[in-house]
Design a protein around this ligand. Sequence first.
Ligand SMILES: Cc1cc2nc3c(=O)[nH]c(=O)nc-3n(C[C@H](O)[C@H](O)[C@H](O)COP(=O)(O)O)c2cc1C
Length: 309
Amino acid sequence: MTPLASAADLPTSFCGIELAHPIVNGSGTFDAIAARRAFGPALEETFPFAAFVSKTVTLMPRQGNPPPRLWELPGGLINSIGLPNKGLAGYLTHDLPELAALPVPLIVNVMGFTRDEVAELVRAFAEREEVAALELNVSCPNVETGLIMGADPTETARLVERVRPLTTKPLIVKLTPNATDPGAVAAAAEAAGADALSLINTIRGMALHPRTGDQWLGGVTGGVSGATVRAVALAQVADVAGRVRLPLVAMGGVQRGRDADDLLRAGATLVAVGTESFRDPLAGARIAAELAGLRQEAPAPGAVAFHRP
Ligand SMILES: Cc1cc2nc3c(=O)[nH]c(=O)nc-3n(C[C@H](O)[C@H](O)[C@H](O)COP(=O)(O)O)c2cc1C
């Protein structure tokens, strides 16, 4: 009888970081500190992800958006959380020591409203050996230009060129799907020195109050995630994989091993699980095991057939 597949059957190398399997979490969708409080040491023994990606850290503390912050869709969520966080100083004091104790490498996701702010964040984490890699969340407006940094290839390139010399750690640029041509942004990030790309972040969406017809979300619009974005994610990952040579962290609506396998076949090196972890906190481990099972049945794919020429 074939033994049950184990996630440990899928060791993966990503930017020089050795991982037990290719499943990580999407930033902001798994609170490892709260999970440890709830599950205790059991969390360390059965940690669902091969690396942990922290939620976005900004330079200054943020309250986040006024409520309501969530709207449930038939196949996912609209969130308008607004990136509440303790800010850099609070993160370094309170969160980093706890997250560094997790049994997997730590990837810190940062966001700034100017290139200077992002530079300050990157410089601060560059010297922390607890941090394996940095992810730049570029889905926010540059207050100097009003442009969403990651929606524009030139803005993205200028940001990456600015921070690249500040760290030797792998730099992952998290692309926004709310761009006219995410492939062009990906190519610009690669040319400017990114080590890897992650995609997709949430897709801008809106919901109305069912009785009054007023806007539902306190932040007016929010980000759509979950199963409903899976096909968009697959198309964007395949497109970006055809445009760059960098390793990709793919995400968007992953609920099963099969969904992760699709993104790997489209050219990703890692797959992140986001919204599904709210339904099932151990989804990451389940999806990794399902993926290992699929790979037992059919070996890892070779070159992907559906890249654009
Ligand atoms: C509640 C919530 C909070 C999120 N917070 C962040 C965040 O802090 N930083 C970030 O880069 N992405 C954030 N994301 C985006 C996810 O990391 C991921 O890119 C997106 O949700 C698509 O994956 P999914 O469909 O599996 O959720 C958030 C998503 C959700 C649903």
